[in-house]
Design a protein around this ligand. Structure first.
Ligand SMILES: Cc1ncc(C[n+]2csc(CCOP(=O)(O)OP(=O)(O)O)c2C)c(N)n1
Ligand SMILES: [Mg+2]
Length: 389
């Protein structure tokens, strides 16, 4: 009872039942928003309003994600690429979400979403340079892409702050913070989400829940909560769960969430999916998960599911996919050639980007490094030939 005085805390009614005053985990796992089921069945009336060209566009971006992942891993194995994080199995989750963003929106990636960066307009050449460790490729401001945040959780407060700024501006833009199921365990995520709720920042928290944070399964060791979406409750923001292997459901859920976010309601979208490949090229997943589990998900992978829809709708004819794949592989070849032709890199690159003016200690370190290289010319070979990342 407030006794007519305005209270800083909502009091609620007094109640003598402890059960009535307990906010529990849901008994049943909340459902996932799904428009096309695992067998490719759907109700045509429930599909989002996309024309044939847009549907094919979605499919093509998913194929590009698959091709980029496969070929980047091959390049890494040949020593021509740095560590790479494949999004194989997450094509619907990556493409459906980023395709729903508007031109004025900003993307805060974390690394496992190549196609999302490409959809924003980042050139494929630059994606390759990024994974070769070329700092210049980090600067994608023209395309409204922040540098991928490899240090888990660090882009969340930055992205929320940026979103807050966007909300204060003239444009109706949002910040889309892509992240994984491990991120909400970090302090950065929790303070960022709290801040977003308090400030009504137009931040969309897009969680690709792919079951694992490297070797830690979501339900054993990551969190005691059943879902990521429900965590929003603690910060007073909405959470939506979506079938991350159903590209149309992801597109529709994120489109709707995006509008809600643009109105000043930060929202978490949890896309439930599965990483079919290793965490990165440095990982051996057979050490922590069973082949049966991977096979189960392989049978439910998202590209085949969407292909079924396109075929039933008569949008994808025989031979269309082969032609697309050929064209996308050619795009990859051209980007690779452009990346290989990138000017050779100097060691000062290591020192250039943190400060406007180099502090004396770093000046000293740069000088020491240069003197070392003068005395060891063979070290240049290592710098030139290392896998550039
Ligand atoms: C602060 C920090 N701690 C640890 C790591 C090592 N690390 C890299 S990715 C990762 C797990 C991320 O899992 P998740 O958020 O589920 O994203 P996923 O990789 O599965 O897409 C960890 C612990 C890191 N990059 N940064
Ligand atoms: Mg994960």
């Amino acid at each position: 009872m407030s006794h007519g005085i305005e209270q800083p805390v909502p009091l609620g009614e007094g109640n003598s039942s402890i059960a009535a005053c307990t906010i529990s985990q849901p008994d049943e796992t909340p459902p996932r928003y799904q428009l096309v089921n695992e067998d490719g069945e759907y109700d045509p009336d429930s599909l989002p309003d996309l024309d044939d060209e847009e549907l094919l566009d979605l499919f093509e971006w998913m194929l590009l994600q698959e091709i980029v992942d496969e070929r980047m891993v091959t390049l890494q194995r040949r020593g021509e690429m740095g560590t790479y994080a494949s999004g194989r199995g997450q094509e619907a989750s990556i493409v459906g979400s980023s395709y729903a963003l508007r031109e004025e929106d900003w993307l805060f990636p974390y690394g496992r979403e190549a196609a999302a960066m490409l959809i924003q307009g980042m050139p494929l050449r630059d994606l390759m340079l990024y994974w070769r460790g070329v700092e210049d490729a980090n600067m994608q401001k023209a395309h409204r892409v922040f540098p991928p945040a490899i240090a888990i959780g660090t882009h969340i407060p930055v992205g929320v702050g940026y979103a807050w700024g966007l909300g204060l501006g003239e444009e109706d833009a949002i910040a889309a913070l892509f992240h994984g199921d491990g991120h909400p365990s970090t302090g950065e995520f929790q303070s960022g989400a709290n801040f977003a709720g308090v400030m009504n920042a137009p931040a969309l928290f897009y969680c690709q829940n792919n079951g694992y944070s490297i070797s830690v399964p979501f339900d054993e060791g990551q969190t005691a909560a059943q879902t990521v979406a429900q965590k929003g409750m603690a910060w007073g923001i909405d959470g939506i769960r979506v079938d991350g292997n159903d590209v149309l459901a992801v597109y529709d859920a994120v489109s709707q969430a995006r509008e809600h976010v643009a109105d000043g309601n930060p929202t978490i979208v949890e896309s439930v999916t599965y990483r079919l490949e290793a965490h990165t090229t440095n990982d051996d997943p057979s050490r922590y998960r069973e082949a049966d589990e991977v096979d189960w998900w392989e049978e439910r992978e998202p590209i085949s599911r969407f292909r079924t829809v396109l075929e039933s709708e008569g949008i994808l004819a025989d031979g269309d996919e082969d032609a697309m794949r050929q064209e996308l592989n050619q795009q990859f070849d051209e980007a690779k050639e452009a990346a290989d032709g990138y000017e050779s890199r100097g060691i000062e690159e290591l020192f250039t980007y943190v400060y406007d003016e180099l502090p004396p200690e770093l000046e000293r370190q740069l000088g020491e490094f240069e003197r070392f290289l003068e005395g060891h010319p063979e070290a240049h070979d290592y710098i030139d030939h290392r896998p550039k990342g």
